[in-house]
Every structure is written in C-alpha cells, then in structure tokens.
Design a protein around this ligand. Sequence first.
Ligand code: AP5
Length: 190
Amino acid sequence: MLNLVLFGPPGAGKGTQSQKLIEKYGLIHLSTGDLLRGEISQGTALGLEAKKLMDDGLLVPDAVVIGMISNKLDANKNAKGFIFDGFPRTTAQAEALDSLLKSKKSSITGMIALEVNDDELEKRLLLRGKDSGRPDDANPEIIRKRIKEYNDKTTPVAEYYKAQNKFTGINGIGTIDEIAAAIDAIIAGY
Ligand code: AP5
C-alpha cells in the first residue's frame, strides 16, 4: 500500500496536489477538512459542533477527526492506499493513525511537506475566499489564526515523522505541475 501524509500549512496546496495524486496513483483521498464540511452541509450534530471552531480558525477535537478517519479506513478495506490531507494535525492524531493502520497490518509510507511562507499563504487564501464560500478564508485575521494554530499544534507532527525517517520537505512555491513533479520523484524513491 502507498499511504501518504500530505502536509503543510493552510493554503500550501495539499488539496490541489491530492487531486493529481488520486488520478495518478489510484489512491483514496481522505481530507478531514472536506469530511467536516460535509458534516456541516448535512447539518449533523458533529457538523454543528465543528462549524464554530472551523469558522474561528481553530482545530476541532482529536476524537472527532480520529473517529471520522477510522470509519473511512473501515469503509475502504480494499484500497490501494490513502492520501491523508489535513490529517494528522496533532501528535495525538499521528499516534492514533499509526495504531489504526497497524491494526490493518499497514503503515504510513511517508510524509511529504509543502513548504510555503506565510505571506504567500495569506495571499492565496484571501484570493480563494472571494469564491470558495469558506468562512475561514474570509478575512486576514482568521487566516492568521489558522496559521498560528498550525505553527503551535501541527508543526510537531513533522518531528514525529522525522523521528521515523519518513519526512520529506519540498518547496511549495512554483507551478502546480512543478510541485506535482517533485512529489512524483519522492514517491518513485519509496
Ligand atoms: P482544511 O480543510 O484541512 O484546510 P487547511 O489545512 O486550512 O487547508 P486548505 O484546504 O485551506 O489549503 P490546502 O493546503 O489544501 O491548499 P489548496 O490546495 O486548497 O481544514 C479546515 C479546518 O477544518 C481547520 O481549520 C480545522 O478547524 C478543521 N480541521 C480539518 N482537519 C482537522 C484535523 N485533522 N484536526 C482538527 N481540526 C481539523 O490551495 C489553496 C489555494 O491556493 C487554492 O486557491 C489553490 O488554487 C491555490 N494554489 C494551490 N497550489 C498553488 C500554487 N502552486 N501556486 C499558487 N496557488 C496555488
């Protein structure tokens, strides 16, 4: 199985690159952000709870996202592999993912981190905010809060995979195809 963690701050291009990887490698895309927005649009209790935090640029509780990922892994038993996009975002989530995969006799192949500076992130998200309909893209204050949340709670996840020799960082600035080619080169080396 090819199990990738596509990592990086808000607006780094995780979703964009995931679309390319799904087509090329036949992987299942698991984006916790998309799953949570699905819950919100269906008006579930989980969605209502998550919405307040997401609109405010804060992480939702670990148990919520771990539960969603666990369900998706169970529902896709014959998958060739998964792209984890926006998950894990805390060390507790990374540990939970390892044990979920271990129980299925699988593991993370590698983490690929898209490195993009804060000014570029803010520019991309504000630009997208005009038509994405995402409340968390709507103003610079919330975008900065999302980046702060990433720096405070999510950057330690990179250390978690570095300790397992599974981390590769790449420049996330460039054309979408240039970045996709850099990701392909890493996958070819696994
Ligand atoms: P989530 O949906 O995961 O959002 P995010 O991490 O903030 O990331 P984005 O989707 O905004 O950015 P991206 O890196 O995918 O970039 P994209 O390809 O879209 O999370 C939203 C919220 O949900 C969180 O704040 C939290 O509340 C909650 N949540 C989700 N997962 C959670 C978890 N595990 N634990 C707890 N809470 C969780 O690109 C961005 C823009 O840039 C697009 O307009 C795109 O066209 C453009 N772009 C892409 N690549 C390039 C390029 N190379 N050059 C120029 N522009 C580019």
